[in-house]
Design a protein around this ligand. Structure first.
Ligand code: ZN
Length: 248
């Protein structure tokens, strides 16, 4: 009987690994999709910021052009100074020069502000790009970790399937099919260790004292009365010193 119990524990261990493989594959699939979505949002944000930067750059260019133009106008006005013959013309020209100076001062101030804005936007853009690079790195590390785990599990799968068949042949067919039914019904877990003090570690319910003694004795197959999983004294099976059954 001890051997059958040991086989059941081994079958469960194989089942756990196969389940882990399935879950890791599913996790990788959903994570890959999720990460791709996050990257898309990030890239879109970066593209928008890039466009805004280009826009500020073109505003700067416009301002620079209008400053050049105003300077050109001023230069032309000054060159007319030597041609002036009346006070009226001089007053008009001075007015013109004054207006051009004011316009230029305003344009220079605007340009200064735009350049400041551009510098901030560029610094922020660079920071965001750094964050994005770090995020992509982190994502691929996690994804690679999962891929590695899948590869490791898959490497052992043939041997595990073979061992499953060996155990099936060595076991009573009724017990084997009951094991498989419970695996399906109980989220992949049909065999659980009995907890210290006599609890089912599958459903956390207390095992009756008499049954706990039988589990410790390892001469029968014991099912949890609540979740119907097979209860095994894992420590006892490994030959570790038995623990006294809890009182009451
Ligand atoms: Zn239970």
């Amino acid at each position: 009987m001890k051997e059958t119990l040991a086989h059941l524990v081994e079958l469960q261990a194989i089942e756990d690994e196969l389940r882990d493989l399935r879950q890791t594959k599913a996790k990788l699939e959903s994570l890959t999709k999720e990460n791709a979505e996050v990257r898309e949002v990030f890239e879109q944000m970066l593209a928008e910021r890039g466009e805004q930067i280009e826009e500020v750059k073109s505003f700067c260019k416009e301002k620079e052009d209008s400053i050049k133009e105003a300077e050109e106008t001023t230069r032309r006005s000054r060159s007319r100074l030597s041609l002036i013959t009346s006070q009226r013309e001089l007053t008009a020209l001075n007015k013109e020069l004054d207006a051009a100076r004011r316009k230029n001062a305003q344009a220079n101030e605007d340009l200064g502000k735009l350049r400041e804005q551009l510098a901030d936007a560029l610094a922020d853009f660079e920071k965001k790009q750094g964050e994005y690079t770090a995020l992509k790195q982190q994502m691929s590390e996690v994804e690679d970790g999962l891929r590695q785990r899948i590869a490791d599990r898959e490497a052992g799968i043939t041997a595990q399937r073979a061992r499953q068949q060996e155990l099936r042949k060595a076991m009573d067919p009724g017990l084997f099919s009951r094991f498989n039914r419970t695996v399906k019904a109980r989220k992949g877990v049909a065999v659980v260790p009995v907890g210290p003090g006599g609890t089912c570690t599958g459903c956390r319910m207390q095992v009756p004292p008499q049954q706990f003694i039988r589990i410790k004795h390892m001469s029968s197959i014991e099912y949890c009365q609540h979740c119907r999983r097979i209860l095994v004294d894992f420590a006892g099976l490994k030959g570790e010193p038995a623990e006294a059954p809890a009182e009451g």
